[in-house]
Design a protein around this ligand. Structure first.
Ligand code: G6P
Length: 366
């Protein structure tokens, strides 16, 4: 219904623009100068005692899990595995009472994710759920729950649920780091403060919508294209590529930038769009050399980089910028231009943005 879209053409666009509020709501009271553990009812001893973390989810929530692995390993120094829920259950997974099992699900009703939760609990693991729906099956069956406060998400392609899942992952990472003593109070506070700045930074990115709209010119006629990135940018590339596939029906593949030369480089031809994520300072030179590899073969480069990165303009046809933040938080910003790009591309291609063919918002069958 038009009224519910508040003047936006589609729910997806409305939900993209709701992200600053969704993130603000999700971190309010939980992050202030540090992490407020009382708000999630997670057993602190479990955070201290856990030997490993296993994250299980489907679709976009799985991509949030992939980002979670980078963040948790980097700040809490504990091994993290991420698995697709429909795979996890059928390989006699190695989880036990020393595993902190994290399930991520917007709806809290995805059949495979729920089944994975049950499997893990039957093996003695404690389950921490990140979900958006109060009282959902996953929320009810988990040992503890952290709700993302994104509000109802109507569009099939997930946007604000994903970014709030990332905020929740950051919260969990900080809680683990604090409990395990892997980060000092000052560093925790730095990240917590950087999290509080995210909503305003997303507002800044949204102001570039017209520029993103222009970028669709370079990609709208293609049936194939690539997303590349290193480190946590690779996980963001996967989510960006899924968004485009789901709603514009352009086939997109996400590649770890350094892996291109081991096969995919053969597919790079004159003019093919390559969306290059380059937000990670510590691997920037390496990413730039991968951009050069594809550019030398004719690729049209659309880069996503941090503000103030002057070098990247020498290697890209277009640069979409995101404000600077702490390295573990860049995915929350870098995904936003990719959401807009998928959205506007689907619109110019005349696709049914909110209800893409063959897809459902919540998959309650295995
Ligand atoms: C469906 C939706 C995806 C979503 C996935 C997992 O496939 O189309 O957008 O990421 O299910 O859903 P969940 O509710 O568990 O996050």
């Amino acid at each position: 219904v038009a009224a519910e879209k508040n003047g936006y053409d589609h729910f997806m666009l409305k939900e993209i623009y709701e992200q600053p509020k969704a993130i603000r709501d999700t971190i309010a009271g939980r992050i202030n100068g540090g992490v407020n553990l009382d708000k999630v009812l997670i057993d602190r001893q479990l955070l201290v005692d856990a030997r490993n973390v296993t994250i299980v989810a489907c679709g976009t929530a799985y991509h949030a899990g992939l980002v979670g692995k980078y963040i948790i390993e980097s700040v809490a120094r504990i091994p993290v595995e991420v698995d697709i829920a429909s795979e996890f259950r059928y390989r006699n997974p190695l989880v036990d009472e020393k595993t902190l099992m994290v399930v991520v699900s917007q709806s809290g009703e995805t059949a495979d994710t729920l089944a994975a939760l049950r499997e893990a609990r039957s093996k003695g693991a404690k389950v921490f759920a990140i979900t958006n729906v109060l009282g959902s099956s996953i929320a009810r069956e988990a040992d503890s729950v952290l709700y993302t406060l994104a509000g109802p998400e109507i569009a099939v392609a997930s946007t604000k649920a994903y970014t709030t899942q990332l905020a929740a992952m950051n919260f969990l990472a900080l809680a683990l780091a604090e409990a395990r003593g892997t980060l000092g109070q000052t560093e925790i506070q730095t990240i917590a403060e950087a999290m509080q700045a995210l909503p305003a930074q997303i507002e800044e990115i949204l102001k570039q919508a017209d520029k993103v709209k222009e970028v669709t010119e370079a990609i709208k006629e293609w049936e194939n294209l690539f997303y590349i990135g290193r480190s946590v940018d690779y996980a963001v590339a996967m989510e960006g590529s899924l968004k485009l596939k789901e709603i514009s029906y352009i086939h997109a593949e996400a590649y770890a930038a350094g892996e291109l030369k081991h096969g995919t480089l053969a597919l790079i031809t004159e003019g093919i769009p390559v969306i290059a994520l380059a937000t990670q300072e510590q691997v920037l030179d390496k990413t730039i050399s991968n951009i050069q590899e594809v550019r030398a073969r004719g690729a049209h480069i659309i880069a996503v980089a941090q503000e103030g990165n002057k070098e990247i303009a020498n290697y890209a046809d277009v640069v979409l910028t995101v404000p600077r933040t702490h390295p573990v938080l860049t995915p929350l910003l870098a995904v936003v231009p990719l959401q807009l790009l998928a959205y506007y591309t689907a619109v110019v291609r005349g696709c049914d943005v909110d209800k893409p063919r063959n897809l459902a918002k919540s998959v309650t069958v295995e």
